[in-house]
Write a protein that binds this ligand. Structure first.
Ligand SMILES: [Zn+2]
Length: 87
């Protein structure tokens, strides 16, 4: 009997937690939606992130693909495009 109750309580906690996360993610979605397209363009267009030191830099995608762009801070050529949050 006690075990069953414990499971019930745990399940309720889990659902509360889940709902909290859901509302939080919806808030973030609203925040992203409010952002103007010019702003997303400025923040993400041609912006790359160093895989070693996580510094951001703006560069030409073609040059990055050819490996001509080096990280300004650590000299690494391992770059990835900055991920765009889903709207
Ligand atoms: Zn770096």
């Amino acid at each position: 009997m006690q075990i069953k109750n414990a499971i019930k309580i745990r399940r309720r906690h889990f659902f509360e937690h889940f709902i909290k996360i859901k509302s939080l993610s919806e808030n973030i979605k609203i925040m992203v939606k409010k952002v103007f397209p010019e702003v997303t363009q400025r923040l993400f267009y041609r912006v790359f992130v160093c895989r070693v030191c996580k510094h951001k830099m703006r560069a030409d995608p073609a040059k990055v693909r050819e490996g001509k762009v080096k990280c300004r801070y650590c000299g690494s050529r391992a770059l990835r495009p900055k991920r765009r949050p889903m709207v």
